[in-house]
Design a protein around this ligand. Structure first.
Ligand code: SF4
Ligand code: SF4
Length: 153
């Protein structure tokens, strides 16, 4: 009988200990995000989907030098270069990227492309919703990556 009482006391102590943790957590501040109702907060350094930048005149900063593509260890940047003309000026330099694709089914968000860019044309944004059932939809084109023109924003 004394053994039975000690077992009951042990169980009660274990329940009391467990409940104290439960009630303690109920009173502490919530650390999880109520996504998607509340937009998540990111550290500034977070590496999300890339953004292709424009200069102060609204011209594209990318000059199609291919350095980002060469630096990419996942081989996921595809660029086709074209020349600016007197009538059609897309970037501030001689050439611009007519095509600029990033395949997010391969990108490992290492940031090497950002480091390699001599004109700060490519940066990481905070976009993170990149899941897809069909990986072919994970190829983002320049039109999706380019920041809005000042006139349009
Ligand atoms: S973050 Fe890394 S893997 Fe992704 S495109 Fe840039 S260099 Fe390639
Ligand atoms: S994003 Fe930068 S590194 Fe890549 S092609 Fe354009 S200018 Fe060159």
């Amino acid at each position: 009988m004394p053994g039975k009482i000690s077992e009951i006391l042990d169980s009660a102590a274990a329940i009391a200990k467990g409940m104290s943790v439960t009630f303690g957590e109920m009173m502490s501040p919530t650390v999880t995000e109520d996504y998607p109702d509340t937009p998540p907060k990111f550290q500034e350094r977070y590496r999300g989907r890339h953004i292709l930048r424009r200069d102060e005149n609204g011209l594209e900063k990318c000059v199609a030098c291919f350095l980002c593509s060469v630096a990419c260890p996942a081989d996921c940047i595809y660029i086709e270069a074209a020349d600016n003309t007197e009538l059609v000026r897309i970037s501030g330099s001689e050439r611009y990227a007519r095509v600029y694709n990033i395949d997010y089914s391969r990108c490992i968000f290492c940031g090497y492309c950002v480091e390699a860019c001599p004109t700060d044309a490519i940066t990481h944004g905070h976009g993170f919703e990149l899941a897809a059932y069909d990986t072919s939809t994970l190829i983002c084109r320049k039109e999706q990556l380019l920041e809005a023109s000042p006139a349009k924003s």
